[in-house]
Design a binder for this molecule. Sequence first.
Ligand code: RIB
Length: 307
Amino acid sequence: MTYPKITILGIFVADMAFRADRQPKIGETLIGRDFALGPGGKGSNQSVAAGRAGADVTFLTRLGKDPFADMASAIWTEAGVTGNIRSGPGSYTGAAYIFVDDQSGDNAIIVCPGAAMEIAPGDIAAWEREVTGADIFMTQLEQPIDSAVSALRMARDAGVRTIFNPAPAAPLPDEIWPLCDFVTPNETEASDLTGVKVTSLDTARAAADRLLELGASTALITLGESGVLVHRDGQSEHVPAMIHAPVVDTTGAGDAFNGAFATALGEGQSVIDATRFGCAAAGIAVTRSGTAQSMASRAEIEDALAR
Ligand code: RIB
């Protein structure tokens, strides 16, 4: 079997996850239920997800030189991800505060990208071989937007298929959408990016229509426990979620989906089969605590698909 070559641009941060009944108010101190420190950052999580799902992954980022950077190396080595790292003087590796609701497993996040905020179009030029030599290129929005645009354009110009996960949502230049073969917002991001409040399959379809009007080729709107809407050329298909155990922590579910979807797509699976593969991976990730550590192996995904 040949493994699809996937290049991902994004950030690594150390996730500090606090489980509690609710978030504190300003001026209040709460006693939490649990704490964990582990590897995170959307691009790195997607790389780990793709690596465990069976892809040959190169991850492009900037890190500081500190213990959090060592944490990045450890998880990439374990998942078979090749890190292509640039670093500058004095920058720190980023961190995220993650509140996990103890009842629902839902999350709220503040992320400080640290050194990865310095990723610039000049870095993308230096990574040309990695971007143009891939089967699939994927990025998000935790690093500066101009670097995402440069890399998507470089990939597109070289005929590399592109996946853009617009997370977190931000005001974007119009030029970005025609560079996207696939755009994969969740319902919050789709709402913010299109102005259509996504609360159902019908509203997801309306938001997806808007993303296609803007220039994206295919929109996949991830809808949490309601699965994923795949929308292209006036055709819509709903792929249900695949969750076979109680939900513990939803942090990183979108990353699990994107990493596994990219892998299956790179293997030549159809868009719908790749979406099912992504849903199976996300359905496993939400039954475990943590982000990068919760990503499923290939065998686990295949087992979930067979159930
Ligand atoms: O998508 C989840 C990720 O978003 C977390 O790992 C956190 O680091 C933030 O970047």
